[in-house]
Structures are given as structure tokens and as C-alpha cells.
Write a protein that binds this ligand. Structure first.
Ligand code: SF4
Length: 344
């Protein structure tokens, strides 16, 4: 198992960090608005995804694919999870997430099934873009999860393509049909995430079509989400609370809820404190990309993305576009403002 390398023996957190180093595929627990105290499981290499969303917090998709594969050794994930969960940690969710699309992993079904069988007290959740729900094998593997959280931003192909820049083989009509088929077979909860980008999927026509699709997909919850950190592109802006309430009214107040307006659950913030400190220390020495941080620390992409997002929201770091992609650096008052360029 790869070890984190960016550790100094005189660092007071050294021992604790050493302790956490053995985990390469699980991260957290992290404080999640939706899921509470959530342990992340990352089955996918950094930015391997069927989409390349204009709002993605992890930056550009580096490997766009719809081919499922065994990206990481399944026995390593199983071992890490069993090791962690056998200590009976206080968790609200064991969450398949990260910096790519979890359903691309051929290990997904087996790992969900293991958690269900060996640790039935925990609730398993899968955060997915939903694009592979067109596949019978993916739908079958997800049946054992307690909660599936797919994304739908638009029912119009043109808008879908503008927002997600999907793999060419994907179409939103087929994806919605996949979601409907999944609903018919699935006994767990579906929480449908609708990501709102003002001016792109907020017209009355878009919202009416979305409402119709929600009616046929029949999720247990609809969760309105929007950008909650600096925009990766100028055309991607956060929706205001007023906008979100208007959209909630349009989609149906009884089913739609707004997330991200309140702080995450109490008692779970700061659970990645040592890793945060380590990343802050790195970024105070030199600006780095997310890939640099993953390489230097050995942490999972999902964990690094979560920490960078929190730091950027707290304005402890800032990002800017450089030759190798998006760079992150510490916010120093006497630094010159870096030039922000368009992400794409
Ligand atoms: S589906 Fe998720 S991981 Fe993939 S590009 Fe979109 S936001 Fe990023």
C-alpha cells in the first residue's frame, strides 16, 4: 500500500498521520450537509468519469470513459473498510464517492454487498452522476445500497451536454429511462440531486420538464444543490437563496428541499484536521495542483478534493488557472492577486 510521503518526523501530528496512512481508498469521516458524518470510499482513480461537468470541484476530467473496470485492487478496499468499520466508528453513512464516477468500478457491487452483510448497522450511500443507470449490471449492483443519490440537471439534450460535457455515447433520454427502470426495482431511497446553475437550467421550460421527469423517476427526495465555493468558470454562478426557493416552488415544495444553505451537521467538522494542516503547510510553501497533492501525500482524490473545497470556502486558500491546470495556494494578504482564467 502506498504511503504518504510529505511527513516530517518532528511534526506533532506525525504519529496520528502515520496511523491514517494505511488508508488509501477510504477517507474521512467528513462532515456532509446531506449525509452527516460520512466515511468516503473512493474506488476510482482521480477524475475518471463519464462526465466533465462545468461545475466539478475536482477540475477537468482526465480520463473520460463509460467502460467499467477494476481500477484498484478490490481486496485492498475490502481490507481497509473491514479494518476501519470493525472499530465501530460513529458514522451516519458509508458513502461511495470521490473524485470520479463510482459506478465505473467493477468492485462497486461486491463492496456494497460486503458492507451490507458484515456491517449491517451502517447505512450505505452511493453518490453517482446516474449516467450508467442505463446498464442492467450497474442497476443490479446498486440494489444492495441503502441510498442512491443520482444527479439530474436537465432533460434537454443540449443543456445536458452544455453542463456535463458527457462521453459521446451518453444521452439524457436514455439516462432518465435508466433512472425510471432502477426506481421500479429498487427498494432503498433515491435522493435525486438537481444541480442549479443560474441562466443555464433555470428557465421555466427547463423547470417544467424537470418536474415532469421527477414525476416519472419518482425519487424519495429531490435535493437542490448549487455552487458553494468560487466558480470554476465565469459562466457558472451560485444560485441565490431566492432563486432556489423559486425553483423549489416550481418543482414542488413537498418533495424538493434546498441543501447547502446551513452548515454541516455539528460534531463532525474538523474530522480531517490533520490532513488539512498538512495540505495548508504544503500550499504555503508552493502552489500545487490537486494531482500534485495526491502524489505527494498518497491521499485519495476524494479526500483531497473535499479538503481543498473546505479550505477554499473558508478562504484559507485560493485557486487559479496555470499551465498544468488549476493550482491552489495559501491566501497571503501581501501576495499579488493571481490571474484567474477560464477553466475550459
Ligand atoms: S460527475 Fe461528478 S466527478 Fe464527474 S465531472 Fe461531474 S461533478 Fe465531477
Amino acid at each position: 500500500m502506498q504511503q504518504k510521503k510529505q511527513l516530517s518526523p518532528d511534526n506533532p501530528n506525525h504519529q496520528k498521520q502515520e496511523e491514517q496512512m494505511k488508508y488509501r481508498h477510504i477517507f474521512g469521516p467528513v462532515a456532509s450537509h446531506r449525509l452527516g458524518r460520512s466515511l468516503g470510499i473512493d474506488l476510482i482513480p482521480y477524475k475518471t468519469c463519464s462526465y466533465n461537468c462545468i461545475y466539478c470541484e475536482c477540475g477537468e476530467t482526465t480520463m473520460q470513459t463509460v467502460q467499467r473496470a477494476a481500477f484498484i485492487p478490490e481486496d485492498e478496499v475490502m481490507e481497509e473498510l473491514k479494518n476501519f468499520l470493525s472499530t465501530s466508528p460513529d458514522l451516519d453513512s458509508v458513502t461511495f464517492a470521490g473524485s470520479g464516477e463510482p459506478t465505473l468500478s467493477l468492485s462497486l457491487g461486491n463492496v456494497i454487498a460486503m458492507v451490507k452483510e458484515e456491517f449491517p448497522a451502517y447505512t450505505s450511500s452511493v453518490l453517482t452522476n446516474g449516467s450508467l443507470l442505463t446498464r442492467a449490471d450497474v442497476r443490479a449492483e446498486l440494489l444492495a445500497a441503502d441510498r442512491v443519490i443520482p444527479t439530474l440537471t436537465s432533460t434537454k439534450e443540449e443543456t445536458f451536454e452544455a453542463i456535463h460535457r458527457p462521453h459521446p455515447s451518453l444521452s439524457i433520454d436514455a439516462i432518465i429511462r435508466g433512472m425510471e427502470e432502477f426506481r421500479q426495482a429498487y427498494r432503498g431511497e433515491i435522493w435525486l440531486e438537481v444541480f442549479i446553475i443560474p441562466g443555464i437550467n433555470t428557465t421555466d421550460e427547463e423547470l417544467t420538464l424537470l418536474r415532469d421527469a421527477i414525476g416519472t423517476i419518482n425519487p424519495d427526495r429531490v435535493q437542490l444543490n448549487t455552487l458553494d465555493r468560487p466558480a470554476p468558470e465565469r459562466r457558472v454562478q451560485a444560485a441565490s437563496e431566492t432563486d432556489l426557493n423559486r425553483i423549489r416552488d416550481h418543482l414542488g415544495r413537498e418533495i424538493a428541499e434546498i441543501i447547502n444553505l446551513s452548515p454541516p451537521v455539528s460534531g463532525s467538522a474538523g474530522v480531517l484536521g490533520e490532513e488539512k494542516e498538512m495540505i495548508c503547510a504544503m500550499l504555503s510553501r508552493r502552489p500545487s495542483t490537486i494531482e500534485d497533492i495526491i502524489t505527494l501525500t498518497g491521499m485519495s482524490g476524494g479526500e483531497v478534493a473535499k479538503i481543498l473545497r473546505d479550505l477554499e470556502k473558508a478562504e484559507e486558500i485560493r485557486s487559479y488557472r496555470g499551465a498544468r491546470g488549476t493550482f491552489y495556494s495559501s491566501t497571503l494578504p501581501d501576495e499579488a492577486e493571481p490571474k484567474r482564467e477560464e477553466n475550459h
